[in-house]
Write a protein that binds this ligand. Structure first.
Ligand code: HEM
Length: 148
């Protein structure tokens, strides 16, 4: 089965546990990066959009959707307001979103589904690196530090 279909099946399995999934994701993210908690003014609101958009972007990539790239460039640019975010944290957030999805869809999860999500995660991470590099190249020197 194509990645997109495998991914959609696993998302359907967590349709009723969206809140638990994102709460679990943010707990694990803050456990790994405790200093980040204070950067969030409204964790509940942000967690809805951050979780949804992370999963949607990977799903979009699996479907070769053209809207993913502009969304990634916007994500990278707006996140400059939240301080210096190392690439490691983006990677961790993406990986943890899949880990939590796997935990909540446990009865439906298998190695094929896991591989499909991880393949698209790798593409998303590469796009974030590329978007950061492209913004850096366009910005005057003062802006660049915040994005490194
Ligand atoms: C692919 C990964 C990510 C996506 C798709 C994403 C998406 C978003 C979106 C859409 C918002 C706006 C939320 C709103 O206005 O309600 C947001 C806010 C935010 N994001 Fe992310 N984000 C990602 C990764 C990260 C990472 C790694 C951090 C590290 C700390 C982070 C920190 C923040 C902060 C601090 C806010 C503002 C929250 C607030 O004001 O309460 N994001 N993110």
């Amino acid at each position: 089965m194509a990645d997109r279909a495998l991914m959609e099946d696993s998302l359907a399995a967590v349709a009723d546990s969206g809140a638990e999934l994102r709460h679990g994701l943010f707990e694990r993210f803050f456990a790994a990066y405790p200093d980040r908690r204070k950067t969030f003014l409204n964790v509940e609101a942000a967690s809805i959009r951050m979780t949804d958009e992370t999963l949607e972007m990977m799903l979009g990539l699996a479907g070769q959707e053209q809207w993913v790239w502009p969304l990634v460039t916007e994500l990278v640019f707006t996140h400059r307001s939240y301080g210096r975010l190392p690439m490691e944290e983006y990677d961790a957030f993406i990986d943890l979103s899949i880990d939590e999805l796997a935990r909540h869809a446990a009865d439906h999860w298998n190695s094929g589904i896991d591989a499909a999500w991880r393949r698209q995660a790798a593409r998303l991470k590469t796009m974030i690196v590329q978007a950061r590099a492209e913004w850096e190249a366009l910005m005057p020197p003062g802006y660049v530090e915040e994005m490194s």
